[in-house]
Design a binder for this molecule. Structure first.
Ligand code: ZN
Ligand code: ZN
Length: 288
């Protein structure tokens, strides 16, 4: 036993340097393995994140949506998106759907509406103008006030004129802004509250059988070219749905009470741009 102890003592003494080197080497190896393991873990996390992103990308592009117009299903990546809605084609985006809504319009549903009389389809388009506050559109974008007004959300504190009108419950089917944007508030199958006390060739209550289109503007400023272009397109879309439409101004069906769309509205330009037969404009083409 003593001999063994002596052997080891003499062994350690003689190989002191070698043992230190071996210990150093072992320590370095352990450090290397630890570092490698750490790198590998990071690599695994990165790869998992990449795979997850790729899976999300694939499932996003393969997500199926439904065309709001024809109800066909199609990949989301191939659909046209308008607000929260999807359309299968430009044609269907531009069309009035089965519920009476125009795909390409901004939908801002108004509470000021009710049902048309049973079985009555519209056969009249009433053109109006509106600006809030009056003339406010010159040099700035005031369209939102009109949108708010038709949704009963107009803030009376914003302008003295708003105080006067904020409680009125009115609407229109469409509004065409100075920039040619189209807003829709009521389905054309329903009655919007735009005409008020009115009579068209002996027929009272024009809201029952008409579609109201408001142009942002007044009696002072000419309407914008893009408003005529948009109005022509909208008129064609409506005529495609209702073949017997006639076109009048609000002042034609409520004379003495209403003056819009006013002298600035160019009936001749409207008729030519849209190629409307003149007999569909029973009050003629003169400014009024
Ligand atoms: Zn479609
Ligand atoms: Zn009007």
């Amino acid at each position: 036993m003593l001999a063994v102890d002596l052997f080891w003592k003499s062994f350690f003494r003689e190989h002191d340097i070698l043992i230190k080197w071996l210990l150093l080497l072992a320590g370095a190896s352990l450090f290397y393995l630890w570092l490698k393991g750490k790198k590998q873990t990071k690599l695994n996390v990165d790869q998992a994140a990449k795979a997850k992103a790729e899976r999300a990308r694939i499932s996003e592009s393969e997500a199926v949506v439904q065309c709001h117009c024809c109800l066909v299903h199609l990949p989301k990546s191939g659909a046209i998106v308008q607000e929260e809605r999807f359309y299968c084609s430009k044609e269907h985006l531009d069309c009035l759907d089965a519920r009476g809504w125009l795909g390409s319009a901004a939908w801002r549903i108004s509470p000021n509406q009710d049902a048309r009389p049973e079985g009555l389809a519209p056969d009249l388009v009433v053109i109006h103008h509106i600006s809030l506050p009056p003339g406010g559109f010159v040099g700035r974008n005031c369209t939102q006030f009109i949108v708010d007004f038709f949704q009963n959300k107009l803030d009376p504190a914003m302008h003295p004129y708003f105080e006067e009108i904020a409680d009125q419950k009115v609407s229109s089917h469409f509004l065409i802004s100075r920039r040619g944007e189209v807003f829709q508030f009521v389905s054309i199958q329903n009655k919007a509250w735009h005409a008020g006390l009115s009579s068209f060739l002996g027929r009272e209550k024009c809201n029952d059988f008409s579609i109201g289109i408001e142009l942002e503007g007044d009696s002072e400023c000419p309407f914008e070219e893009i408003q005529y272009t948009t109005l022509a397109k909208l008129s064609s879309q409506l005529q495609a749905m209702y073949l017997n439409l006639q076109f009048v101004g609000h002042s034609d069906i409520a004379p003495g009470r209403k003056t819009d769309p006013g002298v600035q509205f160019d009936w001749k330009k409207f008729q030519v741009k849209n190629n409307i037969p003149v007999e569909k404009l029973p009050f003629g083409l003169d400014p009024r």
